[in-house]
Design a protein around this ligand. Structure first.
Ligand code: PMP
Length: 466
């Protein structure tokens, strides 16, 4: 049997792929048993904002792969950059006092496109690894500053910072913590700035100040002399595209400044144009000391992540000397860096970030305002090219559905059935489409969303849930 499988020609059908998948492939964040019973969807091709599955269905990818294929599928510039670098030098490391031209050039370009305090970069292979670097680096910084007791990092409930031990610990997903004895020591959490869940009794602006106040309370509770850093996503992505009130981040910045706490912006989703600026911190008006990035840096064509290190931290790390005992085989991988260079130059040449800010983001916001009128939608939020629709049982009172009904998954099922990839986070439906969409493609996406909301509504009523 296995000899037959090994010699099998390329043309395999869906059932065959599914059988092999169930037999051998353990997927991330998956109930293996349930998926094996249901059968995996096999995605075989991508072009622009569309995907095709092994059955030939065309799908509009409103999640950009996994918040990453920001320039769309099949861009020749990125393919050419990878091919040329693979031929020139497929790999060399940056460990032993060496470097490769693409890694140096990308570090230089990242310093140009990021806010002025960022002149240095540390590369990783992913966002999770980038956040592991953050934990190591902020603790190293405080040690060099002569305050080694400053080790605690404050994060937020419902944040997502990756799935390594440190990344999952920084994240505020209790389900992840429950498996594996997390968080690791020295990481504590405060509530998220989610107005819909926690602030409806007050104005959004007042709630933003209140939510930032939770950070100050936590700093005082832990003791400012023990707090190393605060980390947050400008907009919580995987938590459900939770767009904070405009008052939130400036107040967080003020509090951190007052207590000397480092500010870390996890820009893995928000970076490289998603919010209409190069980085989310620019949209929300704060000046972080460190930024994690991944995903959009290479538009997901190859794995790449890292940490942009602001001058406050870089100055100490560089000037004080002494080895930083940390790094990855693929830190500064030349092929990944070559693709990222091509990707960033493409963003610049096509003025994609400006287009998100001036045209696409405002247009999407208008369409989401319309979707907010749908009887199933309790709240619609958007920021640049990402958006969320909170499904509710009672629009007037914002009453939620019983979570065990999994209405979000019902809606997601209709999306899949109608050629649209939209993600469900509980009963919050989210999109983060490629940044290269046309207005007509946004219309196409919104029409599909509308249809899927109607189908979900009919379904939910028929089941007697509403
Ligand atoms: N931080 C944020 C904000 C993320 O959204 C993600 C991934 N969704 C990560 C970190 C982890 O990145 P990776 O999956 O590349 O490790």
């Amino acid at each position: 049997m296995s000899a037959v499988m090994k010699n099998k020609p390329a043309a395999r059908g869906t059932a065959d792929w599914q059988a092999a998948d169930a037999a051998h492939y353990l997927h991330p964040f998956t109930d293996f048993k349930a998926l094996a019973a249901k059968g995996t969807r096999i995605v075989t091709k991508g072009d622009n904002i569309y995907l095709w599955d092994s059955e030939g269905h065309k799908i509009l990818d409103a999640m950009s792969g996994l918040w990453c294929v920001n320039v769309g599928y099949g861009r020749q510039e990125l393919i050419d950059a990878a091919t040329a670098q693979l031929k020139q030098l497929a790999f060399y490391n940056s460990f032993f006092q060496t470097a490769t031209p693409p890694a140096i050039e990308l570090a230089e370009l990242l310093a140009q496109v990021s806010p002025p305090q960022f002149q240095h970069v540390f590369f990783s292979g992913s966002g999770s690894e980038g956040n592991d670097t953050i934990v190591r680096m902020v603790r190293r910084y405080w040690e060099l500053m002569g305050q080694p007791e400053r080790t605690v990092i404050i994060s937020r409930h419902n944040a997502y910072h990756g799935s390594t031990m440190a990344g999952a610990s920084l994240g505020g997903m209790w389900g992840m913590h429950a498996q594996g004895g997390l968080p690791i020591p020295g990481i504590v959490h405060i509530e998220q700035p989610c107005w819909f869940e926690l602030g409806q009794a007050m104005s959004r602006d007042d709630f933003g100040l209140k939510a930032a106040g939770w950070l100050e309370q936590k700093i005082l509770e832990v003791g400012a002399d023990k707090v190393a850093a605060f980390i947050g996503e400008p907009v919580q992505g995987a938590g459900g595209v939770i767009v904070p009130p405009p008052t939130y981040w400036p107040e967080v910045q003020r509090i951190c400044d007052q207590h000397g706490v480092l500010v870390v912006s996890d820009e893995v989703i928000c970076g490289f144009g998603r919010t209409g600026q190069w980085f989310g911190c620019e949209t929300f008006g704060f000046t972080p000391d460190l930024m994690t990035f991944a995903k959009g840096v290479s538009s997901g064509y190859v794995p790449l992540g890292g940490v942009l290190v602001g001058e406050r931290v870089a100055k100490v790390l560089v000037e004080q000397g002494g080895e930083f005992h940390h790094g990855y085989t693929y830190s500064g991988h030349p092929v990944a860096c070559a693709v990222a260079l091509a990707n960033i130059r493409l963003l610049q040449r096509e003025r994609i970030v400006e287009r998100v800010r001036e045209e696409l983001g405002p247009y999407l916001a208008k369409q989401f305002e319309r979707l907010a009128e749908h009887p199933l939608v309790g709240e619609a939020q958007s920021c640049g090219m990402m958006g969320a629709l909170q499904l509710v049982r009672n629009k007037a009172s914002s009453e939620a559905f019983d979570p065990s009904l999994e209405v979000g998954m019902v809606c997601r099922g209709h999306c899949f059935g109608n050629g649209l990839i939209m993600r469900a986070v509980g009963d919050r439906m989210i999109v983060a489409p490629p940044l290269v969409m046309t207005i007509a493609q946004i219309d196409e996406m919104v029409a599909l969303i509308h249809r899927c909301l109607d189908l979900t509504l009919a379904d939910v009523k028929q089941r007697g849930w509403m």
